[in-house]
Each structure stands twice: as C-alpha cells, then as structure tokens.
Design a protein around this ligand. Sequence first.
Ligand SMILES: Nc1ncnc2c1ncn2[C@@H]1O[C@H](COP(=O)(O)OP(=O)(O)O)[C@@H](O)[C@H]1O
Ligand SMILES: [Mg+2]
Length: 249
Amino acid sequence: MSEPVLSVRNLIAGYEPGVPIVRGASIAVGEKEIVVVLGPNGAGKSSFIKAIAGLVPVESGTVELAGRDITSAPAHIMVRLGLAFVPQTENVFPLMSVEDNLKVAGGILKPKDVPARIEEMYATFPDLARHRRIAAGNLSGGQRQMLAVARALIVHPKLLVLDEPSAGLSPKFVSMVFDMLSEIRKSGVTILLVEQNAKAALAIGDRAYVLVEGKDRHEGVASELWNDPVVAELYLGQRPASSIKGGSA
Ligand SMILES: Nc1ncnc2c1ncn2[C@@H]1O[C@H](COP(=O)(O)OP(=O)(O)O)[C@@H](O)[C@H]1O
Ligand SMILES: [Mg+2]
C-alpha cells in the first residue's frame, strides 16, 4: 500500500475513563480502497469508527489522515480535515428540505461555490434532484441514505466513513446503497464502511477487518473473507442468515 489515507494504530477509546470499548484496534485504508469492518453485534464497530471521527473519547493510540495526526480532533474539525462521517441514524435533518440539508452540509464551502456543488450532487443523485423540495423525513429509507451520503460528499472529503448504511433498508434499497458506494469509489473517494450485511459489503470491498471485543482480530482480501473459516469462527455462529445454505441472499 502506498501511504494510507487512513492509518489507525492501537486505538483505545470508550465512553467513560478506564472503561475501554475499543481495545487496541489498528487498521489502514489505502487510497481509493473500500475497506469493510465486520464483527458481531456489540464488538465495538460503531464505537471504533466514532472514535476515529472524533465522536468518542480516545484514551490512547493514533489516527492519521493522509499522514497528518488527527487523533481526537473535534468532529466539526474532522470535516474540514477531509474525513466525512455518516452515522447510522439521525444523519439528515428530517424537517428540512433535501436542498436545505445539502446547503447546511455545504456550509464549510465558499458560499459562492455552494449552488454549483449542490447541482453536482443532483447530477450524481438524480433522485435527490427530483425531491429537492421534499422534507428529508418524507423520503424513503434508501433516498434518505442517499441524502446522508450526499451531505457527506458535498465538501469533497478524502475519506468517507459510514456506519451500516444498509441497515433497515429493503433488499432493493440495500443493493442501491452498495451500487452507490461502488460508484463513489470510482470517482476517487476512499471509503471505510462498517456493515452487518457482510456478504454485500464484501462484494464491493477490497479488504476487510473483523473486529471482536474492540480489537482487530483478522484481516483479509474482501473476496476471500466470506469463505474464510476463521471469520465464521470469530462470528461464533452470529454470521448473517444469508450465509446459511438455502437462506435468502
Ligand atoms: N453511548 C454509549 N455509552 C456507553 N456505552 C456505549 C455507548 N454506545 C455503545 N456503548 C457500548 O459499547 C459496546 C460496543 O457497542 P457498539 O460500538 O455499538 O458495537 P457494534 O457497533 O459493533 O454493535 C457495547 O457494549 C455498548 O453497550
Ligand atoms: Mg454498530
């Protein structure tokens, strides 16, 4: 890997001092890669990426973005440094229109650049253009995730970090979200993704890590991990139902 876009070393983080949830996790994400973080429920995946994004206190360890130490930078500074985080829930303002959501998200751009950038987002996500006057809370689940991602992309991030973007979506929208992420990577954005939907995430990912009890326990090429017996074991029978023969994929 050339110099990684994101390099996380021995991260220890948690919500209360002395109670680590992330217990020495290390990952690296190369330029234009899609890297997936998998792991059982409660493994600390959300806490891990929130700590990377400056939303959970870091006790020790380092987070570097393109070689720059950004450990513990406040979340609003992270955006300016090039790290855009899309939380699993509450990632849009439901009472605001689609367009106003984009305007607010573009707030750190030069004001004169915002309208053109919003048009670029509409060109990328035509569904949002059609619904620009609609309150975000009235969008379908898939459209809402699209808006959340557009809000993150509008500021030209180096790295897009997403927490379970397919959670709670119907199968049609799940594939839409993963197709969208593949397209975004093609446009040159590096992606770090936490997913419960391991099969679909590994299908679009380059590499993946398995996080167990707050620590990266296994790493591999995404296309090989699905059938990796170590992964099955680390999940301890918690692999998603789609892995069971005859189950719906
Ligand atoms: N806001 C919070 N305050 C205190 N503990 C939390 C908070 N959020 C999550 N935790 C705890 O952190 C652990 C890991 O949770 P989480 O990071 O959400 O795991 P995952 O995303 O892998 O399911 C859980 O034991 C959970 O109870
Ligand atoms: Mg989670």
